[in-house]
Design a protein around this ligand. Structure first.
Ligand SMILES: [Zn+2]
Length: 130
């Protein structure tokens, strides 16, 4: 645990703001409009816009979960440690990604596993890694 208490207060603020931000964004997106058009070109356009929006929601939901988990870890005192190998996450990485739950090495292998699994359905990728 190498994060100073002072820094932690700042990080907590950042996480709280990020959390509120994401919740707002996600609420706004809740009504992704399913537009229909007789024009096939329009249909294709709408479909790709929809896919894009859904992709964003997926990413934002995942991010929100990460942020919430980081806030939780802050409460139980494990914040700043990798959830996989329990090695302290580098301060540089935490400064860039305060909600990072894994060190670079574990994150990279989790990303690899996630892609290999190929299932993007429920966003639970990597959550069940033993
Ligand atoms: Zn690790």
């Amino acid at each position: 645990m190498s994060v100073a208490t002072d820094d932690l207060g700042g990080v907590r603020e950042i996480l709280k703001r990020k959390e509120a931000d994401l919740i707002r964004t996600l609420q706004k997106r809740e009504g992704i409009s399913i537009e229909r058009s007789a024009d096939q070109m329009d249909e294709i356009q709408y479909a790709s816009e929809r896919d894009l929006a859904i992709g964003n929601v997926d990413r934002e939901s995942t991010l929100l979960r990460d942020v919430k988990a980081a806030v939780r870890r802050m409460h139980d005192g494990s914040f700043g440690d990798c959830i996989e190998c329990e090695v302290p996450i580098s301060p540089k990485r935490l400064a860039a990604v305060p909600w990072a739950s894994r060190c670079i090495k574990c994150q990279e292998s989790a990303d690899r596993d996630g892609r290999a699994a190929g299932s993007m359905d429920d966003g639970e990728i990597g959550a069940s890694v033993a």
